[in-house]
Design a protein around this ligand. Structure first.
Ligand code: SF4
Length: 326
């Protein structure tokens, strides 16, 4: 039996796969075919209860996968519940739905970290990248209101304001950094490399891709992702539930130590996965021809004794600086 962590972390939990955006570089837009839905309170609590309290020793549980998590009506209540069980949470979102009320509710609930993606500095460019509901003026207003509320509450929630490196926004990278520059403690502003996930045709949209940063994935051995309906998949790159390894309602121990996960780990470690397996299209697959065989900081979080306390911008840059273009 292959070595695996006895304390697997919930890397991502999909509150919903509904989304108002149609981002050109997101696999959800044209490559996700599974039903849409919202995670139930029972499923959310089953995940949190399974990883409490050891998750705090490793990494915050991200509340997004495919979809815009801010559409989930109970997101703040879920953050508060996770907090009460000792499970830190993070969230990646776009700012159009980060209303001041939602933002304040999340800060008060104890969200550990939020990543806010601003895709462009004007509405036409933003719409070209993320679809017709995008509105730059509203996005900027919401980001600034969120930072104001954070200041007012003296909130410890860490903030990452990022622009993903699309070809269509390349001309705005420098202006983005200048416009959103923020000296508040705990706030990082950066342009992040584009990822094609496991869908090669998406690479055309990225101005700077991460294809040379792969070769170190150990996710099958240390973490898992839960889709809105409770199905467990191995990682954040499984956008369509291609590699379902069980259901959280069957018990995390049973899934994590079960035959489906073990067979997947064996195939993964021996490069014996089927030819059309999801991992073979991923830049992080250790056997990928595109991946440099070098150790990167992707798994540094596994060794961190107190990532919640250590989760500072400096630490983030040290651990994930390889993903930053500027
Ligand atoms: S190689 Fe890529 S697709 Fe496979 S488990 Fe790792 S991150 Fe996920």
């Amino acid at each position: 039996m292959l070595a695996r962590s006895p304390q697997p972390i919930a890397y991502q939990l999909e509150l919903t796969n509904h989304c108002p955006y149609t981002c050109q570089g997101c696999p959800r837009t044209h490559h996700m075919h599974r039903p849409l839905g919202m995670m139930s309170p029972e499923t959310f609590r089953a995940v949190v209860d399974a990883v409490a309290p050891y998750q705090r020793n490793f990494w915050p549980m991200a509340l997004h996968h495919m979809g815009e998590a801010l559409l989930h009506a109970e997101i703040a209540e879920h953050v508060a519940y996770a907090c009460s069980r000792g499970v830190p949470t993070s969230l990646a979102c776009r700012p159009n739905h980060l209303t001041p009320e939602r933002g304040e509710a999340l800060l008060r609930a104890g969200l550990c970290m939020i990543v806010i993606t601003v895709d462009a500095l004007d509405t036409p460019t933003m719409r070209a990248i993320t679809g017709k509901v995008a509105n730059f003026e509203k996005a900027e207003e919401n980001v600034r209101a969120f930072l104001d509320v954070r200041r007012k509450l003296d909130s410890p929630t860490k903030v990452m304001i990022q622009m993903i490196a699309y070809a269509d926004n390349q001309h705005q990278w420098k202006a983005f950094e200048e416009r959103f520059a923020c000296s508040d403690p705990g706030v990082v502003v950066a342009v992040k490399r584009f990822s094609a996930w496991t869908v090669p045709e998406l690479a055309q949209f990225g101005a700077a891709s991460e294809k040379f940063l792969g070769g170190s994935c150990r996710r099958p051995f240390n973490s898992f992702v839960v889709l809105w309906d409770g199905r467990v998949v191995p990682c954040c790159r499984d956008h369509d539930g291609a590699v379902v390894l069980g259901n959280i309602h069957d018990g995390l121990d049973n899934v994590w130590n079960g035959p489906a996960y073990e067979a997947f780990r064996e195939g993964f470690d021996d490069d014996a996965l089927p030819k059309d397996h999801m991992c073979r299209g991923c830049s992080l697959y250790p056997w990928s021809p595109a991946a440099e065989k070098k150790s990167i900081a992707t798994n540094a979080w596994i060794e961190n004794e107190d990532p919640v306390a250590a989760y500072t911008p400096d630490w983030w840059m040290k651990s994930f600086g390889h993903r930053v273009v500027r």
